[in-house]
Design a protein around this ligand. Structure first.
Ligand code: ARG
Ligand code: GLU
Length: 726
């Protein structure tokens, strides 16, 4: 009954667009005081907005790190110790792994500073401050100019402001649009470039449950890894050097050792990547019925082939581990998103909202003038945009999903320059870049696997894209390789042929070519993989992208107007901007949920539950003997809860998305209680439509993190530099 009533309230609240519960939203730290402070305090926050974000004193913000531009991490000691997810450090852990020394399988623990492993290219970025620059960016921009002009003007202004803001400092700056370009904020950043791996649990802990359990609650994954930020002797960012010293942060997060209870206040501080909460029904229709299903189908094929090859060979397994995981991740998310949107009846909810909205518009002459045609325009724009979006999805997922093709594509600029008569001396930088990239590419490349993927993806493309829209190369393939009606065989024969000849699938061959590129570049142009790539690339760049960009600009423009109209006409609500990779705070509370009729999921999991999932013959569910031993002895030390159980994960109602991985989850006092690492399957539609009944973020309980470091790995010395609050 209670469930029924809440769901009626939810439907109603979406209809009139008033959020009745606090949980939805990813808020700008700068605006917490104005928009959220009192609500947060009512819900259990003991701090002030100024404690969370301040430019005058140290605040929680100073411990929040953008990890390599994708994930979030948090500083947990005064020596720059950094906590993030295992899956966020996965690329680095993999890079240090070989078949003989497999850190993915065995884990890794530096037992002192000298054993910490440097990671070239890895960055840790702090936010120095943020600033509303809307007025500056939009000064002199009128609604009359067309979208392309407008964008050009805005970009010029943005570049100038950014440059001015960090002149004479070692800081960086970026400005991002918010609310579809109705507002702009600038972020001043400090980026550290010497970030070392300190520790990672074995995959049997850090990735326990693997892709089977990914996006799933209840969860038993110890998804964490530990790094450390190094700085020069002035505590400033520097390239790797053995002389660098641990970074001294302005703030590090204390760690709460208290049990977590249902209803506890939680907040998540991090860098959510992308959401689209204010789209029209037409856009949601496109995503849910066209775009997501197409991408799911393409990835399914790729993943099945990769999986087969990885099972056959240990070296392929390591080479493809990281690639597989990241492909599988969004593949599964999109399926969940489609299901969730269906269950929420999202399109109809949007339509109802649009109808209500339109009656508001029509009731007011001024609004009617401005917005009366808006939904007609949106419908028309999306009808045109949809087929181009499909072309682009297939180009990106199917064509560029072929590794050799994607690799050949990185040579286009160089070959082009040589064709135009540039001397190799002038291109030395490009050539060096390709030399480095070559090593990285072939380290994780298996041409046999790629050959199979290539044949399968070309066929998917061929079967789904209208013939008139296909690149010319497909006509040539038909001419030369046709096998009656058997197009599977046709592509297999074609691909076998080109992979035998191409230099892009062999490190030896490409090394030779690159060593004297001035002499060899004509040969590259004749390479069959290069030709395949160029045909597809040319088609995309000449025919599809210009149209796509034009329509995208139109859609953006309409979305900007729609967003403005919503804020204007439904003004009794607080609005949060969509995620865009910038620093945000989400808050909610610890809570279980009903995933299905009559089924309730509790809010936390334990080591007992992990043992229930144990399956020695399935890779993803193997439990290491050491962990089992600790379990059998119940040797949980200070990490046990009041029932003498060891908790692994918990879930809460914070509104999060991709990019929030690794984000600190904090209690009302600003102490660390866990690390965000996933969202529940039933809640993955929250990027498009949030529902407080169903959406949960999944958090690694910090007790388990500390237990693994201390009891499992024997790296308890690291706890000495942390601040534990009992
Ligand atoms: N779903 C989580 C996120 O979106 C974790 C992904 C990594 N884990 C995995 N099994 N692939 O990033
Ligand atoms: N695992 C995701 C990440 O890497 C977070 C899960 C989500 O999308 O909410 O950011």
């Amino acid at each position: 009954m209670i469930k029924k009533i809440t769901s009626i309230i939810v439907t109603f609240s979406i209809l009139i667009n008033i959020s009745l519960r606090a949980d939805e939203g990813m808020w700008l730290p700068l605006l917490l005081k104005q928009l959220n402070e009192s609500d947060m305090q009512k819900n259990g926050l003991k701090l002030s907005a100024e404690d969370i974000y301040s430019i005058n004193k140290s605040s929680l913000k100073d411990a929040i790190v953008h990890f390599n531009g994708g994930c979030t991490a948090e500083i947990i000691s005064d020596k720059g110790l950094l906590l993030t997810n295992h899956h966020c450090g996965y690329g680095q852990i993999q890079a240090h792994s070989t078949v003989q020394n497999d850190l993915l399988t065995n884990g890794f623990w530096a037992m002192n500073a000298s054993q910490e492993l440097p990671n070239p290219g890895l960055t840790a970025t702090l936010i120095v401050r943020m600033e509303d620059v809307t007025a500056k960016v939009l000064a002199g921009v009128s609604d009359e100019v067309n979208e392309t002009e407008r964008e050009k003007k805005i970009n010029e202004t943005i570049n100038a402001i950014q440059k001015e803001a960090v002149k004479g400092t070692h800081y960086g700056a970026y400005i991002r649009p918010f609310f579809y370009g109705n507002e702009y904020y600038m972020f001043i950043t400090e980026t550290f470039r010497d970030v070392r791996l300190v520790g990672a649990p074995p995959s049997s802990i850090g990735k326990f449950g693997g892709d089977t359990d990914n996006w799933i609650w209840p969860r038993h994954t110890g998804d964490f890894s530990i790094f450390r930020i190094y700085a020069n002797k002035d505590n400033n960012p520097a390239d790797y050097s053995p002389d660098n010293v641990p970074y001294k942060p302005k703030h590090h997060l204390p760690i709460s050792m208290k049990d977590i209870e249902k209803g506890d206040f939680t907040m998540v501080y991090g860098f959510p990547g992308r959401t689209s909460e204010y789209l029209s029904s037409y856009a949601v229709d496109m995503i849910m019925n066209e775009s997501d299903p197409a991408k799911v189908k393409i990835r399914e094929t790729r993943l099945a082939i990769m999986d087969m090859e990885m099972k056959k060979s240990d070296s392929v397994r390591i080479q493809y581990a990281s690639k597989y995981a990241s492909l599988a991740n969004y593949y599964k998310k999109w399926i969940g998103e489609i299901n969730g949107l269906k269950k929420l009846d999202a399109i109809n909810k949007k339509k109802q909202f649009e109808q209500n909205f339109l009656s508001k518009v029509n009731a007011d002459n001024n609004a009617k003038n401005k917005y009366g045609k808006l939904f007609n325009d949106l419908e028309k724009a999306y009808t045109q945009f949809n087929p181009l979006n499909k072309q682009r999805d297939y180009y990106i997922e199917a064509i560029l999903g072929i590794e050799s093709v994607f690799y050949a594509y990185t040579y286009v600029n160089l070959i082009d320059s040589l064709n135009k008569g540039k001397k190799p001396e002038e291109l030395q930088k490009d050539i060096e870049r390709l030399q480095t990239a070559k090593k990285q590419f072939f380290k994780d490349y298996d041409s046999k696997t790629d050959e199979k993927v290539c044949a399968a993806l070309l066929k998917i493309y061929y079967d789904n894209i209208d013939k008139t829209q296909q690149p010319d190369v497909f006509r040539e393939i038909e001419k030369k390789y046709r096998c009656g009606n058997n197009t599977t065989l046709m592509f297999e024969k074609y691909v076998a042929d080109i992979y035998k000849k191409s230099i892009f699938v062999s490190e030896t061959d490409i090394t030779k070519v690159l060593s004297n590129i001035a002499k060899n570049y004509k040969k590259v142009q004749k390479d069959p993989v290069y030709k395949l790539m160029l045909s597809c690339y040319t088609k995309f760049v000449q025919d599809i992208r210009p149209q796509y960009n034009k329509l995208e600009a139109e859609v953006n423009n309409l979305n900007r107007i729609y967003m403005k109209a919503i804020k204007e006409l439904v003004s009794d609500k607080k609005y949060y901007p969509d995620a865009n990779g910038t620093l945000r705070v989400a808050y909610g509370k610890v809570d279980g949920y009903f995933p299905r009729d009559a089924v309730f999921y509790n809010y936390y999991t334990t080591l007992d539950g992990l043992m229930e999932k144990e399956n020695p013959v399935v890779d993803e569910f193997i439990v290491s003997p050491k962990l089992k031993e600790l379990y059998q002895k119940k040797d949980y030390g200070q990490y046990a809860d009041k029932n003498n159980e060891l908790r692994i994960a918990f879930c809460a109602s914070n509104h999060t998305t991709g990019g929030n991985s690794g984000s600190p989850v904090l209690n009302g006092e600003g102490q660390l209680i866990g690390t965000n690492f996933d969202r529940n399957w039933e809640g993955t539609m929250s990027d498009i439509m949030y529902n407080p009944d169903q959406v949960r973020n999944i958090i690694l309980d910090v007790h388990y993190t500390l237990f693994v470091i201390d009891k499992f790995a024997g790296a308890g010395y690291l706890l000495n530099e942390m601040t534990l609050v009992k």
